[in-house]
Design a protein around this ligand. Structure first.
Ligand code: BES
Ligand code: MN
Ligand code: ZN
Length: 508
């Protein structure tokens, strides 16, 4: 998708479709109270073109509600699309992101390959603060996110992707902020889609080896240093936990290591990004039921999120060192597969009694976290589709977040306002850790039915040890079950933006 930025009046934009945003300014509530949709534009011609339909009461400017007008009088655009941001009190920059995605997804099935997105103009609605730079960034991100469809392997696939999006800012705004936001939005939107493309790949196409190749290719393109290791290296590093998961598969594991070393930065924190890269999770000997097992191709979404974030880091160049580790393996049942009751020795030296071979994510991450520390990471963040229990707890609305460090978590939390993603912090605690104590060894890899997301996090904490660490359980959000106006059903690319913001918060 080509993107352009234009500082111009909306009415003069020659385009197949001009998308203009609107919000419902009605604050009163009651049975007879009607919506008060207001266009976020000062352009007289645009306002005039939309006046009749806005006055009709047919359109309420609800979040992502669209209304199309053909051949709008007084505009150079062939079509005017009004996209709702919802009630004014709830409008944020993130509403703009979704509205941009909605506009792109409106265009795609209609064969409209080129469109313009009008950024909200300041001062139209008193009290509505939508800073132009962040809005430009969000609009571009939303456009990229909206453009993605998962139909890669359809033989009748019609490439309906949008060829070109022009972001239009009316001339009065801070142009430098808009330019910067626009440039960032391209990098971040493309990086999120990079992660989604990986998550979308089926297990037979994207083996651990192939995931390693894709990561290496991305690293080469963006100037990151990289190493892709396999079985020998796992043995050399004594990664008994990681290896135990891969031992039941014909596919060798991949230990993906990416490094971002900005010139001149020799002091300060070293961030360790660790991702779960299970390219397919059958459950192993503790095999999963057949229903929905096909979904377990997305069990590498945490790893993909880290790779997406690294791509954005490489291109946005924050002043902080970053190491990324993705532990990629296939969890399969086999004559050589690990069994319940087996005891594994992790890289850290801790021993793990395997209770359930389906609790494999924490095993690969345990060694990933230890390895990141051994490479010098001073602060850790991991992302994983780790537990069904997290989905039970938070549904598909919030992803789970855990941390052993208030300062690191505060930085993460602060970035959510920018990323627009939803994470909800869940507790940790010694009483939970008791649930994963083993009789025969140090730890059990499952803690029983109750508090499953927390005991999984406690397991990881035993490997993060004293290093400040954040754990993101994205099991419920990595795959979108129901399409939305602004994003297709399928891989979401969740956590890419939030991890990136966390990294940037450490930039010197
Ligand atoms: N990959 C799954 C978790 C998962 C569930 C991801 C649903 C996405 C959607 C993970 O490896 C797993 O199987 N976890 C088990 C742990 C249990 C055996 C302690 C689970 O959640 O059931
Ligand atoms: Mn599993
Ligand atoms: Zn898994």
């Amino acid at each position: 998708m080509k993107t352009e930025l234009s500082f111009a009046n909306f009415a003069g934009i020659e385009t197949e479709l001009l998308a203009v945003l609107a919000t419902d300014t009605q604050t009163a509530k009651g049975p007879d109270i009607k919506a008060q949709p207001v266009l976020l534009s000062n352009d007289e011609a645009v306002k005039a073109a939309a006046a009749a339909v806005l006055a009709s009461g047919e359109y309420k400017a609800g979040a992502n509600e669209t209304l199309l007008l053909h051949a709008p009088a007084g505009l150079a655009a062939k079509r005017l699309l009004i996209v709702g941001l919802g009630k004014q009190a709830k409008v944020t920059v993130h509403s703009v992101r979704n509205a941009a995605g909605t506009a792109v997804r409106f265009a795609k099935p209609r064969g409209i390959r080129e469109l313009a997105l009008a950024l909200p103009e300041a001062g139209v609605v008193p009290g509505l603060e939508l800073p132009p730079g962040p809005c430009a960034r969000a609009a571009v991100e939303g456009a990229f996110v909206g453009d993605f469809d998962p139909d890669t392997y359809r033989s009748d696939r019609k490439d309906l992707s949008v060829r070109s999006v022009t972001v239009v800012a009316a001339s009065v705004v801070d142009q430098d902020a808009v330019k910067a936001g626009f440039a960032e939005g391209i990098i971040i939107g493309e990086s999120q889609n990079f992660a989604r493309t990986l998550v979308n790949e089926p297990g037979n196409k994207l083996t651990p080896t192939v995931l390693g190749q894709r990561a290496g290719q991305m690293a080469a393109e963006t100037g990151l240093k990289w190493d892709i290791f396999s079985t020998d290296k796992l043995h050399e590093l004594k990664m008994g936990a990681f290896w135990s998961v891969s031992q039941g598969s014909e596919e060798p594991p991949a230990l993906i290591v990416l490094r971002y070393d900005p010139p001149g930065v020799t002091e300060g924190p070293v961030l360790g990004l660790v991702g779960k890269g299970i390219t397919f999770d059958t459950g192993g000997i503790s095999i999963k039921p057949a229903d929905n097992m096909e979904k377990m191709k997305y069990d590498m979404a945490g790893g993909a999120a880290m790779l997406g974030a690294m791509r954005a880091v490489a291109l946005l160049k924050p002043k902080v060192r970053v190491i990324c580790i993705v532990c990629a393996a296939e969890n399969m049942p086999d004559g050589k597969a690990q069994k319940p009751g087996d005891v594994q020795t992790a890289m850290s030296g801790k021993t793990i009694e395997i209770i359930n071979t389906d609790a494999e994510g924490r095993l690969v991450l345990a060694d990933g976290l230890t390895y990141a520390k051994s490479l010098g990471a001073t602060h850790l963040i991991d992302a994983a589709t780790l537990t069904g229990a997290c989905v039970v707890a938070l549904g598909m609305i919030n992803a789970g977040a855990f941390s052993n460090d208030e300062a690191a978590f505060e930085k993460f939390q602060a970035g959510l306002a920018t990323s627009g993603e939803k994470f909800w912090r869940l507790p940790l605690g010694d009483e939970y850790a008791d649930q994963i104590r083993s009789e025969i060894g140090d730890l059990k890899n499952t803690g029983g039915r109750w508090g499953g997301a927390v005991t999984a996090a406690e397991f990881l904490k035993a490997f993060a040890e004293e290093t400040p660490w954040i754990h993101l359980d994205i099991a419920g959000l990595a795959w979108i079950e129901d399409k939305k106006p602004y994003i297709a059903k399928g891989p979401s690319g969740v956590a890419v933006r939030s991890i990136l913001e966390w990294v940037r918060s450490y930039s010197a």
